[in-house]
Structures are given as C-alpha cells and as structure tokens.
Design a protein around this ligand. Structure first.
Ligand code: LLP
Length: 458
C-alpha cells in the first residue's frame, strides 16, 4: 500500500485525501505534503524485518529529514537517531530521543499499528501484542565532528563512531571534559563499491570516511590506552546511499564480522554491528522490483546471529523518501528552440536533488487535463535564475493549464533538509495527512520577515 495514488478519474490522492483539495486550503506557494500513516508503515516494515534479531536498533538518519513532528513520530514508533552534528543531537533530545536508556517497544498487532509503551498502557481491547526489544539510541557519526559537539555527545551518553586518529583524540578529550566514558564504534571503511552516484558513495577506500583496515591495530591500541575514556562496543560501516543491490550490504557485512572476530580476539567485548544506511527506493516508479528492508536484513541475518551481535541500521531515505511529495503550481508553459518547458513555482531552492545529482524524481499532475490538451515532452523548471534549476528533464506530460498542481514525488528525504533560500525563495511549509484524513501543518513556511530578522540590531 502506498500513500500517493491516482484515482480512475485522474486525481492524485494522499491516502484518502485529494491533493487538489489540500492545495485549495493552504497558502499559495509550494509545500511539502507527507503521509503520516506511510511513515508508520515504513517503520513497521523495518521492525518486521528485524524480528528475531535481539537488541537491534533502527537508527533513523536525521539528516534525511529533520522535521520535529516527524522525529517525534519516529521516536514514538521506536526508532533511535543517527546524528552528524551537535545541532542534530540537540534536536533529537528536543524530540525526546533518549540516547542512553534502551526502551522496550511493544508491537501491538492491531489496526492502529505500532505503539509506544505509554500508549500501550492506556490501551484496552486489543487482540494480541508481543514484545520486541528494539532500543532507541543515539549514534553520532561524521568525519569532522568538532570537540564542542563531542563533549555534548559524551555528556548525553551517545554512541560515537570513531572516524580518524584526530577524531579519537577529540573523543578522548570530550570524555575527560564530560567526566564520562564514551561508548565508541570504529567506523571501518570496507572498500566495497556501492555502485551509486560518486557524490553519495562513502565506503570506497579513497573516500574521506572511516578508517582503513591496515590501521585497525593502531585504533585498537589507542582504545586500550584509554580505558577510562573509551569503551569499544562495536564496528560500523556505511557504504553509500541509493543502493539497490543487497549483495553489496552482504559483501560488507562479511568483511565487518571478520573485523569483529579480530577485535574480539584481542579481548574486546564488542556487541554491535552497525551496517549503516543506504537502501535505495524506486524513484522511477517503473514497477521494478527493488530490495525491501526485509531483503536487506535477511541478507545479513545469519552473519549477525552467528556472532551473536546486536544489529544497528541507519536508514534515512528508505524510511522517509516515499512518504512525501513537493506540491507546486504551474506558472506557465513555454517553448524555446526545440525545448518545451513547464515553469512551476517550486525550484532547486526547495528541492535540489535533480540539479545536484542529476537525480530522477517522478513528476505528475494532481488533476486530469482535458482530452484535447495533448501530451508533449517537457523540462519541468522553476523560476530560479540559473539553468541548473530543473526538477525533471524530458518528461512526457499533458500540457497543463496555469495554476494546475504538479507534484515531485519521493521528496521526503534530502529535499526539505537540503532546501535553501536561494533567490529568497524561502523554505516551504510542510503538512501531513493524518490517519483520520485530516491535514495538519507540521512546519511553518519561512517568510520574508524571517530573513529580515537576521539583521535586527546590527
Ligand atoms: N549513515 C551514514 C553514516 C550516512 O552518511 C548516511 C547518509 C546514512 C546513514 C543514511 O543513508 P540513507 O539510508 O538515507 O541512504 N543527499 C544525498 C544523500 C546523502 C546521504 C548521506 N549519508 C541525496 O539526496 O541523495
């Protein structure tokens, strides 16, 4: 079941709500529209996949989408948080993530889906429930973590991934300042090619991330030398993003459990294998069969069980991308040379992935066009003053009238979180459709006044 569907009469729906009706109710500007039930369904898919793997952690990668309401929802569903900056850590704390305490999550097999312990306590009349032991945790990643942020992480008891020699030094300093031992994982760069766009590949040996195996002993000795500051709890890798073959995760996991064997052989009690995020999604809407969370977990399951490890995963895109689209309005249609353009009010400022990675995101109109409108090949572009400003190229679409709604799909991950205010477009508002079909604003749109505020008193 997917949240965005076209009815036979040509209208786009988000769950059971017509997108056109939502457009009429909200401000006349581009906006992000999410399905809250779809977020729940995506988490459920991971939770079901992880059944039987004790103490596994779904560490949601906040960088993919940092909307506070979405974070609170993910926390209630039992996700942990994966962070790459002190501000992301502060936001996770603000959203109620608890970095230290493992919390038992109840899976209630009922029409309402997954519930947190608080709501389970107040619930009566459900048929069956079972306990799973997913533990919300916070994990701090990054190749350039700064001391100030590491100190906060140490104070809060966050797991920290060690990325380099200088990073280890800083973590030791942070532990001393905080007066707390830090649980660390070694981020190993396994040199496995994720077969993705070079900008989102991270696990190749020449990438800036992680530590190479030839240095492993140095790091183990460094941890041994700081028994009061560091406790080694596991190993981490992250190969890249938009990965569509699970064999790639398996290849990495095989290498990783071998490293864990080596690490354990030196007397370290390491329990966590963190295989990062990176699972891709069907951006093309081609119907191609892509690996699911279950395929991903199944491919590493036996390895994890064979070493009695706690599996950590760090999904971003595969949890949130398909829950949202950017809703735009057509400003007009024009032709130059051999090119037809649909000009919309949204742009690379709101959604930069096509411009930055040549990424394909599916585009469609929210309402039917008259039968005589004709279909042409269009570039879908925004109003921003550069030719990198496109949302889609060479798309077959019916010629839309001015004001028609046009959506860019799969905009839940790395779209709003990468939005800018270029050309003073100001970042758009966000809404979600709730379980009961009501539409709620989950973030205000930024305004001109917000921009002026940065200069107050100067
Ligand atoms: N863990 C680590 C250490 C990461 O660096 C990332 C993403 C993730 C987990 C989550 O990966 P995901 O499951 O979302 O693929 N801006 C790019 C994507 C950059 C991904 C950065 N790292 C895009 O729009 O495609």
């Amino acid at each position: 079941q997917h949240c965005f569907t076209k009815s036979p009469d040509g209208f786009l729906y988000c769950e059971d709500t017509k997108v056109q009706d939502i457009m009429e109710k909200v401000e006349k500007r581009p906006f992000y529209l999410y399905s809250k039930p779809q977020i729940t369904r995506n988490v459920e898919a991971y939770k079901e996949a992880l059944e039987g793997l004790k103490n596994s952690i779904i560490g949601y990668s906040i960088k993919a989408n940092n909307n506070l309401k979405i974070l609170q929802h993910l926390r209630k569903l039992g996700c942990g948080a994966v962070l790459v900056s002190g501000n992301e850590l502060k936001l996770a704390l603000h959203a109620g993530f608890d970095p230290t305490k493992g919390r038992t999550i109840y899976t209630v097999l009922s029409p309402v889906g997954l519930l947190s312990p608080d709501s389970v306590e107040s619930l009566t009349g459900f048929t069956k429930w079972e306990l799973s032991s997913t533990m919300p945790k916070c994990i701090f990643n990054g190749n350039g973590k700064i001391l100030e942020d590491l100190i906060l992480a140490a104070q809060e008891g966050v797991f920290v991934n060690v990325d380099s020699e200088f990073d280890l030094e800083n973590i030791v300093t942070a532990a001393k300042v905080a007066g707390r031992k830090v649980n660390v994982l070694l981020r190993i760069n396994p040199d496995v090619d994720p077969q993705v766009h070079p900008y989102v590949a991270t696990g190749n040996k020449n990438s800036k991330f992680g530590i190479r195996n030839e240095k492993l002993q140095w790091f183990l000795d460094a941890v041994k030398a700081h028994p009061n500051e560091l406790k080694l709890v596991g190993a981490h890798c992250h190969l890249g993003s938009t990965i569509t073959k699970v064999d790639i995760f398996r290849d990495a996991a095989v290498l990783m459990v071998n490293y864990i064997d080596e690490i354990r052989a030196q007397g370290f009690e390491v329990d966590y294998l963190n295989i990062g995020g990176g699972l891709g999604i069907d951006y093309y809407h081609s119907g191609a069969v892509l690996p699911t969370p279950r395929d991903l977990i199944d491919t590493v399951r036996e390895l994890v069980l064979s070493r009695n490890l706690n599996l950590v995963i760090e999904p971003g895109r595969s949890l949130i991308a398909n829950t949202c689209c950017l809703v735009n309005r057509v400003t007009g249609v024009k032709t130059n040379g051999t090119k037809n353009f649909i000009v919309i009010d949204g742009s690379m400022a709101e959604l930069i992935r096509p411009s930055l990675y040549d990424a394909y995101q599916h585009i469609e109109l929210v309402s039917p066009t008259p039968p005589d409108a004709g279909v042409s090949t269009f570039d879908v572009v925004g109003p921003v003053c550069e030719s990198a400003d496109f949302l889609g190229k060479e798309r077959e679409l019916p010629t839309p009238a001015k004001g028609t709604g046009l959506v860019v799909h799969d905009a839940g991950a790395y779209c709003m979180s990468m939005a800018s205010t270029y050309n003073l477009k100001m970042r758009p508002p966000e809404y979600w459709v709730e379980e009961d079909g009501s539409v709620t604003r989950i973030r205000h749109g930024e305004t001109f006044e917000d921009h002026i505020r940065f200069f107050e008193g100067l």
